[in-house]
Design a binder for this molecule. Structure first.
Ligand SMILES: [Zn+2]
Length: 301
């Protein structure tokens, strides 16, 4: 049995666990130190990974590898952070795997890293909602909007490691009074400009909600995964809502391009409760190829 430490390095929290064959044996969580720069994040990460390795050793378990799923664009071959947003200051340019290996005293090749959404999709394809599928598309809605296409057990990273940036897919729904909504990437009219958590709150305020109101924010839990059937024969309403229309349209367009066996939608902020019914079915069906057979694409877990 091979034991590894897995690290989920996000903008705010840094949970990591030690396990084998998908089972988590030990886990801990610390703040990411996202204001302190790359070196501080690496040192904190190495300290916690070291603690987990010592706990494992105390139980007679020998950890042989460390895997990191990190926010930002990650060069998965060289283990470097190509770029990152201000959510983690000073993270861009960090030699992630080389730095961790050096701090932990491990061989360079025993530490690997990939973007966190690609890691999430890989986990869903390995042991999660897409297990057993030869191809799967995972789209995650949260503070941002991301995605990853996994083919034959490997995420398609793209030539510049930015494959799966669903959030920056052009959307006809990301407009208000004829003007494209600005996106955090510097562009406009993108999925993330209307479908991310902060974008939903901005929309709430734009339509008269109080910026200090927690009414909508309370409806935004970040960690749900739902799977629902796509039914291309369902008749669309005349005016689908902007947010659910945007999500479904983006997913439907990607289904047309990639034709995945399974689609996993993650972090969906209880859209059923906000909008009622299944939020993606109709707009997704509108955007999908009309002859696409009904297939069990999504499920709840
Ligand atoms: Zn964008």
């Amino acid at each position: 049995m091979m034991y590894v430490v897995g690290v989920d390095l996000g903008g705010r929290r840094l949970p990591r666990g030690c396990g084998a064959d998908g089972e988590v044996l030990f886990s801990e969580q610390i703040p990411t130190l996202n204001r302190d720069g790359g070196d501080a994040i690496l040192r904190a990460t190495a300290a916690l990974v070291g603690r987990l390795m010592r706990r494992a050793a105390g139980a007679g378990i020998d950890v042989v590898r460390v895997g990191v799923g990190s926010a930002g664009v990650i060069d998965a071959v060289n283990g470097e952070v190509v770029s990152a947003t201000d959510a983690i200051l000073g993270w861009a340019g960090t030699g992630l795997t080389a730095g961790l290996a050096q701090l932990l005293g491990l061989p360079r090749g025993s530490v690997s890293a990939v973007n966190d959404v690609h890691a999430h999709a890989l986990g869903e394809a390995w042991r999660g909602a897409a297990a057993g599928s030869s191809s799967s598309l995972m789209v995650a809605f949260g503070t941002g909007v991301g995605g990853s296409f996994v083919l034959d057990g490997a995420p398609v990273l793209g030539h510049h490691y930015v494959g799966g940036h669903v959030g920056h897919f052009a959307s006809p729904y990301a407009y208000h009074e004829g003007k494209a909504l600005p996106c955090v990437c510097g562009g406009s009219g993108h999925v993330e400009a209307i479908a991310s958590g902060p974008a939903i709150h901005e929309s709430f305020v734009r339509f008269g909600g109080s910026p200090r109101s927690r009414t909508l924010v309370r409806c935004l839990p970040w960690c749900t995964t739902e799977i629902v059937p796509i039914r291309p024969t369902v008749r669309p309403p005349s005016k689908p809502s902007g947010r659910r229309g945007c999500c479904g349209q983006a997913i439907g367009g990607l289904v047309n391009i990639l034709d995945p066996e399974t689609v996993v939608v993650s972090g969906v902020w209880r859209m059923r409760e906000i909008f009622g019914g299944n939020p993606w079915n109709v707009p997704c069906a509108r955007s999908s190829w009309p002859r696409l057979p009904t297939f069990p694409c999504f499920a709840r877990r």
